[in-house]
Ligand binder design. Sequence first.
Ligand SMILES: Cc1cc2nc3c(=O)[nH]c(=O)nc-3n(C[C@H](O)[C@H](O)[C@H](O)COP(=O)(O)OP(=O)(O)OC[C@H]3O[C@@H](n4cnc5c(N)ncnc54)[C@H](O)[C@@H]3O)c2cc1C
Length: 448
Amino acid sequence: MQKKITIIGAGLVGSLSAIYLAKRGYLVNVYERRQDARKTNIYAGRSINLALSDRGWLALEKTGISADIKQIAIPMYGRQLHYADSSQAFYAYGKNDQAIYSVSRGTLNMRLLDLADAFDNVTLHFEHKAKSMDLAAGTVLIEHEGNDTLTHSDLVLCTDGAYSTGRMGMQLGMEQFNYNQFYIDCGYKELTIPAGANGSYLVEKEALHIWPRGKYMMIALPNLDGSFTCTLFFPFEGAPSFNSLQTREQVTQFFNEQFADAVAIMPELVDEYMRNHNSPLVTIKCAPWTMHDKFALMGDAAHALVPFFGQGMNCGFEDVRVFDELIDKHNENFTEVLKEYQTLRKPDADAIADMALNNFREMSELSADPMFQLQKKIEININAKYPEVWIPAYSLVTFSPQVRYSEALQRGQQQQRIMDTILQQPNISTHWDSNEIVEQAVAMLQAN
Ligand SMILES: Cc1cc2nc3c(=O)[nH]c(=O)nc-3n(C[C@H](O)[C@H](O)[C@H](O)COP(=O)(O)OP(=O)(O)OC[C@H]3O[C@@H](n4cnc5c(N)ncnc54)[C@H](O)[C@@H]3O)c2cc1C
């Protein structure tokens, strides 16, 4: 009999999972509380963009839609650092053509919705809000235009984001549900570098721009129309902070002092700063992610991450791919699929959540530090000679989807301990590229 699937939330992860499950011939109903973004243009005037990397691409490729998404993605081959004195330096992310890709969240979501909608066995219900779940009965209560209905299905995927109603349903409906939410003391605000004449890019197009300033930073990712979306990651309190910059004069003075090269190409800066929200950044961990053979949390609903590794969506897309592989492995036995999905994915999501928190320091503080840059150069050198043995942690996470996040964390920590020893050697800054250093590092790694 054709299996019936309920998906709550038609965001990035919900729409991708609808495509995967539709391809299996299941009857898929997706309930989204918002209006259809494709008709109402709810993203108008908002150009939030995300970095899509190899884990995300693998999930898109496995369901045959990566070529579609490539059309709306811009490769970024490295970090373009903008120092306080307005000088700049470019650091490649990896080898030759290795890149992460800038995609507009809205455009990507709309493209995924179109692809899901093309299946006869998928029905997208917009302005349908999940209100609660009955875990024993396996049903979800959906509200639409003031009326409530109950869904009945073989499986409920809760892909309803960081503030998930599905997760809340599990929390309320079962004993011993673990839940942890942690806000960092830094938030973010979106700003813009507009396009130049004829849609030209006013700074290097194919790079992720970073203005590292210690306790805070600004980044910028390119958009297809020539503009860049900038994100200021900034403390809420203290000086400087969102709280300390209240007036137009304070904002102008601060940006002129700290981000002078950017100010020159951000004509709307002060208006945008005053108008746009300061948003918080949260890490959410919970367990279990599944209930019986019926309910599963996926994407941000299961694991919200801070964005400093650019992995929230990538991790959610990987959830979808792994889940699909488990359906094959367990021959559509959802009890077994859900059990192994949680066993596999929970430690990986915890690992990337921790790595994402740590990476704030790497981006904002360390990326301007000469020792950090030296370490990166040494690692690239070792990797060039021993590409299978020494893979930097960033590359393991970003360009090695065959390596689990939990393994990337453990290997990254081990390599960091070795690099700490290497960097303490006298004269390391002059013989960092010697064979001796490479051989020492590899010997230490293999001795472990
Ligand atoms: C500043 C910032 C930068 C980021 N940068 C990156 C990056 O570079 N790379 C990366 O991989 N990730 C990044 N992320 C993370 C990424 O945005 C998320 O991981 C991703 O959007 C999660 O997708 P999702 O589908 O799980 O949840 P969401 O995108 O939040 O979608 C959830 C959907 O569920 C709907 N919904 C909610 N409640 C209900 C309900 N009760 N009933 C019905 N529908 C409901 C919502 O309306 C929404 O459409 C970033 C996040 C932030 C905040």
